[in-house]
Every structure is written in structure tokens, then in C-alpha cells.
Design a protein around this ligand. Sequence first.
Ligand SMILES: [Ca+2]
Ligand SMILES: [Ca+2]
Length: 204
Amino acid sequence: MRKLGIIAVVFLLLGATVPGASAGDLLNYIWDTRTYQHPYPTDVQPGDLVYGHSPDLFNAIIPGYWIHVAIVAWYNESINDWMVIEAKIGKGVIISPLSEFLSRYDVVALQRVMVDDATKQRAIQFAYQQLGKPYNYDYISKPDVYDDKYYCSQLVWAAYLVASGFTVNLDENDGAWSWTYFYSVAPQEVYDDPMTYTIYKHEA
Ligand SMILES: [Ca+2]
Ligand SMILES: [Ca+2]
């Protein structure tokens, strides 16, 4: 796992030195051309967290089984799809349809957070307020809650911290050092946190 951490460092340097457009555009091209098939999850609620796993390049970049996480925001009646808010490599904080999100990954999961609905709505609101901010490539330092840039798991972690009045920390090790994740909050750590539980998982 230490090797994966070192790759994360390399990617951090890549993100810091290569013009964001080229590396990000390549990654998004790979995602956009993928069409994994998953049954649409039947039990979805605002505030749920959706995860993706890819078997290849992306798992070398992002340590942990899950390489991405987004927060479910609202149901869009006009396209019959849930909308998720995500901090995406090369794009920053954006809104995406859940069906498009699911199609990028060969394994997907949906989790529920053990808080009340009002807290979930505040978490969604926090994520919404970050729309348009750039992607944060720093997977090493302690992430800021109020930041001018976010990575995927930093966004959902910060959203639930603020929404809960700093009582719900979705980082499994609550910001402690690890050789795999350094001081970051990885998608895997949100998945493993005791305040989240899995309600749907599917492998294409
Ligand atoms: Ca925790
Ligand atoms: Ca952590």
C-alpha cells in the first residue's frame, strides 16, 4: 500500500506542474467513453453517497479500493435521474446525473449516512455552494474544511462536518496519519467510517 501512496505523491506533482487541462482532459476522456451497465438503484435519498471503483490506472492513482465518491443532491424530474455533486479530477466541483456517474465505473456502491434529514440537506447545501471550485490534487496534507479547491472525498467529508456542527467526521481515522492515505480523507476512508453503511453495490 506504501507503493500506492508514492504514486499518489507523483500524481500530486503532476497535478501541480502539468497544465491542468491536459492530464484532466485525458482522464475525463477515458471516463466519458466508458459505458458500464448497472441496475439503477431503487432506494436513493438525498444526502446518500455514491462510490466508484475502476480496475486500472485510476486505482494506481487513488489509494484504496474506491477511487471516487459523490453526494446525491436531488431528483431531476425532467430527465428522470438523480443528480450528484462531485469534485472530479480535471473538472472541479460539478453536478452530474447519477446514471452517467454509474456508467464510468465497473463497480459502484451507494451508502447512507447515519444522520437526520435536516443534516443531509445542509450537507447538500454545502456541496452546492462549492460548485465551480477547482479540483484539489493534494492527497497528502490535512484537508481544509473551508477550501478554495476540493477533491471528491474532501468535499463530502467537509459537507457532513459543517452540516453536523463538526460532530460527524466521515474520515475513518479522523485525520490521523496513515502510510496509505497520509493525512488525507480518501473515498475508502469515508466508505469505512462507522457513520456510513452500504445499501447498494453492483459489479458490471
Ligand atoms: Ca470518523
Ligand atoms: Ca484519513
